[in-house]
Ligand binder design. Structure first.
Ligand code: FAD
Length: 474
């Protein structure tokens, strides 16, 4: 075995958790080494997740707007799409630009980046192996590193289900993002946020889409009222949403894939150009050599940590999709900063109450804090206030007046416990409610904050006015 090199802070994985932890650790004066097995930085989020999916969604919106602006007096001659150009734009102008940006940021912060697969040998030592099939890895091979501190941010991978091996016309979300053409027929198995976002994007790009969902509703985690707003628009796009359906098997030939599913004991089939399976993701914790350390996993394979991300092994931290909390990039960013701070002796801690979650559906859904029923389950006396986008001039002029802002607050003090936005700009508007929830603000703080007119932000203030018993535009 080669001689060990000594490093101060080592990070495994250059996704949102890892690269942000690296930057923060460097800002705090640590000497940082980042190990990434892929040949691009940015992890799932930048390469095959958040960023390219939003690019496809944006392309779908452009096409829809081009073809459906009659209300504005604009009639186009029938806009068409050259999808290979869309894909090229997504890769070069969006993904590559963002991943190169990460590379520049790491250089600026003097982070040493090593390409290879990190495998732990002990609580203080790892090896960086050349990337390749496991059977060709030689235990005596690779760069040996002794570390003072380690942050693991190895992310997650899509779950495969029986009968739907990712191959050919059965794809995971990565395959779904990189289809060579807009499918005429597209089947999505799993109506979570990833499935629903891409179903909407391809419907906007011209596909006929069928969503097959196992539970009785798509978008688990969002309230029925919020999901209803999205279902209305999916229906308008011609998307078939089949709930309570078990996807059983798939068969494919050169041109199509046929999916068999069962509802109430009755089997049916649907044939499509592609079938995308998005039924969740599993943490990448089984090939890291964690068994040679004191690090402990829970029954879902997530690493057990304290509120700073510290594992049962004192100098090893775990963040992002392999750690607790929602599997979202902004949570990974935050955990990365907390872990880097903890290594530098800062009194940092993760607090998940103010972590927003967004689905970039049509319209967008965004939530933060507690729902009304979660607050009640906790024995809190709560009130709620709701303002519809139909009463907002900006939403009406954008022709996007579906949805609402919903505030959940304590009955006595009016402390904001949670917020829900279903409607245009929800992904941005939720930041204000996250601030309110995080800052333990009350509805009066929001009502007394002058919001610009005419903007999509006003429904937040209007909902707060309703909460105080003084509604204006309703
Ligand atoms: P990852 O981004 O998975 O990065 C982990 C990195 O570690 C990878 O680069 C991997 O190659 C590397 N690695 C793994 N093991 C090793 C090893 N042994 N040695 C070296 N390197 C290793 N989240 C949002 O917040 N908003 C969204 O809109 C959103 N959209 C999404 C859309 C899709 C289609 C998908 C799939 C996900 C989306 N997510 C979104 C989730 C988000 O991408 C993840 O939560 C986020 O990427 C997790 O960050 P991470 O740093 O934990 O891991």
């Amino acid at each position: 075995m080669a001689d060990a090199e000594k490093k101060e802070t080592v990070i495994i994985g250059a996704g949102p958790g890892g690269y942000v932890a690296a930057i923060r650790a460097s800002e705090l004066g640590q000497k940082v080494t980042l190990i990434e097995k892929s040949d691009t930085l940015g992890g799932v989020c930048l390469n095959v997740g958040c960023v390219p999916s939003k690019a496809l969604i944006a392309a779908g919106h452009r096409l829809q707007e081009a073809n459906n602006s009659d209300e504005y007096g604009i009639t186009s001659q029938g806009a068409t799409i050259d999808f290979s150009k869309t894909q090229e734009w997504k890769q070069h102008d969006v993904v590559d630009r963002m991943t190169n940006g990460v590379s520049m940021l790491l250089k600026k912060h003097k982070v040493e980046v090593i390409q290879g697969e990190a495998v732990l040998d002990s609580d203080t030592r790892l090896r960086v192996m050349p990337v390749g099939p496991r059977q060709f890895m030689d235990n005596n091979n690779g760069q040996v590193i002794d570390f003072d501190n380690l942050i693991i941010a190895s992310g997650s991978h899509p779950i495969e289900i029986p009968g739907f091996k990712f191959d050919g016309r059965v794809v995971d979300s990565t395959g779904g993002l990189n289809l060579p053409e807009v499918p005429k027929e597209f089947v999505v198995i799993g109506g979570g946020y990833v499935g629903t976002e891409l179903a909407g994007a391809y419907a906007n790009l011209g596909s006929h889409v069928t969503i097959i969902e196992g539970t009785d509703s798509i978008l688990a985690g969002f309230t029925k009222d919020m999901v209803a707003v999205v279902l209305k628009q999916l229906k308008a796009k011609g998307v078939d949403v089949i709930t309570g359906a078990k996807a059983k098997s798939s068969t494919q030939d050169d041109n199509s894939v046929t999916v068999t599913y069962e509802v109430d004991g009755k089997e049916s089939t649907v044939t499509a150009d592609y079938c995308m399976v998005t039924v969740g993701r599993r943490p990448n914790t089984d090939e890291l050599g964690l068994e040679y350390t004191k690090v402990e996993l829970d029954d879902r394979g997530l690493v057990k940590t304290d509120e700073q991300g510290r594992t049962a092994s004192e100098h090893i931290f775990a963040i992002g999709d392999i750690a607790s909390g929602p599997a979202l990039a902004h949570k990974a960013f935050f955990q990365g900063k907390v872990a880097a701070g903890a290594i530098s002796g800062k009194k940092t801690a993760n607090d998940y109450i103010g972590v927003p979650a967004v689905c970039f559906s049509d319209p967008e859904l965004a939530v933060v804090g507690l729902t009304e029923s979660q607050a009640k389950e906790q024995g809190l006396e709560v009130q709620t206030a709701k303002f519809p986008f139909a009463g907002n001039a900006r939403a009406v002029s954008l022709y996007e007046a579906d949805g609402f802002v919903h505030l959940i607050f304590t009955k006595d003090e009016g402390t904001v416990l949670g917020g829900e936005v279903a409607g245009p700009g929800a992904s941005d508007l939720i930041a204000e409610l996250s601030l309110a929830v995080n800052g333990r603000m009350n509805v009066e703080d929001i009502a007394l904050t002058i919001h610009p007119h005419p903007t999509l932000s006003e429904p937040v203030q209007e909902a707060a006015d309703i909460a105080l018993g003084f509604p204006t535009h309703i």
